[in-house]
Design a protein around this ligand. Structure first.
Ligand code: AP5
Length: 217
């Protein structure tokens, strides 16, 4: 199964992707995580991406399309969930072209819908594990021991782009450049709109209901 997960910053894409890949045995391909990894390794791509990410802007399409084409080409036959990609209509068109050249297509597009007013508190309260990537929230999804990862005990960190000002820019960027991707997919595929304002378990139940139906058709 090849799945695209769309949604604003803080809609819960990463949180839900981790649950989807666990349940269906798919590969989680997060463009944001790959970029952060490139930055941590100090690669050319990581250096080029830095200023865009820190200001809440999008990294240029040509860099992202090449990076994700490489990641997708290494994915196992079982399939994958794309998290944070595509994020512009151009990226979506490039993805469709590359897939159709291999006789493939996206099987499901899940659109996590969330009100802007919820985003800021989700982002500023997010804490992540630098070792395993687990994601928590200081109020909604607490770790068992404050500030420590449940899985490996590592000290949790706050993402540098989760400050209020950058979050506002990321939201602006989402509405200008990424929201049109939802309309692009609605014009040529089936898009499942999911109410992502509910709590994380309720959102997962909605996601699994749609994917379960798809798996049986
Ligand atoms: P990226 O890392 O993709 O960030 P994002 O899309 O802004 O999404 P987030 O990871 O911030 O949020 P999420 O939806 O995954 O929410 P999460 O599950 O963590 O991208 C970062 C940057 O990289 C971009 O700004 C850009 O510069 C660049 N980039 C990446 N891809 C690119 C591309 N394709 N093209 C160009 N540039 C690109 O949840 C957030 C918090 O809320 C957590 O604390 C979580 O615990 C909590 N939470 C989750 N669900 C719920 C719930 N239902 N109820 C309550 N709390 C919840």
């Amino acid at each position: 199964m090849r799945i695209v997960l769309l949604g604003a910053p803080g809609a819960g894409k990463g949180t839900q992707c981790k649950r989807i890949v666990e349940k269906y045995g798919l590969l989680h391909l997060s463009s944001g995580d790959i970029l952060r990894q490139q930055r941590a390794e100090g690669t050319e791509l990581g250096k080029k991406a830095q200023s865009y990410m820190d200001s809440g802007a999008l990294v240029p399409d040509e860099l992202i399309v090449e990076m994700m084409a490489d990641a997708i080409s290494k994915a196992p036959a079982g399939g994958y969930v794309l998290d944070g990609f595509p994020r512009t209509v151009n990226q979506a068109q490039e993805l469709d072209k590359a897939l159709s050249a291999d006789g493939q297509k996206i099987d499901a597009v899940l659109n996590l819908e969330i009100d802007d007013s919820i985003v800021a508190s989700r982002m500023t309260g997010r804490r992540s594990c630098p070792q395993c990537g687990a994601v928590y929230h200081i109020e909604n999804l607490k770790s068992q021991v404050e500030g420590k990862c449940d899985k490996d005990g590592a000290e949790l960190i706050q993402r540098p782009d989760d400050g209020l000002e950058v979050v506002e820019n990321r939201l602006k960027t989402y509405h200008q450049q990424t929201r049109p991707v939802v309309d692009y997919y609605k014009s040529n595929s089936t898009v499942y709109d999911i109410d992502a304002g509910k709590d994380a378990d309720e959102v997962s139940a909605l996601v699994f209901a749609e994917l379960g139906e798809l798996a049986t058709t």
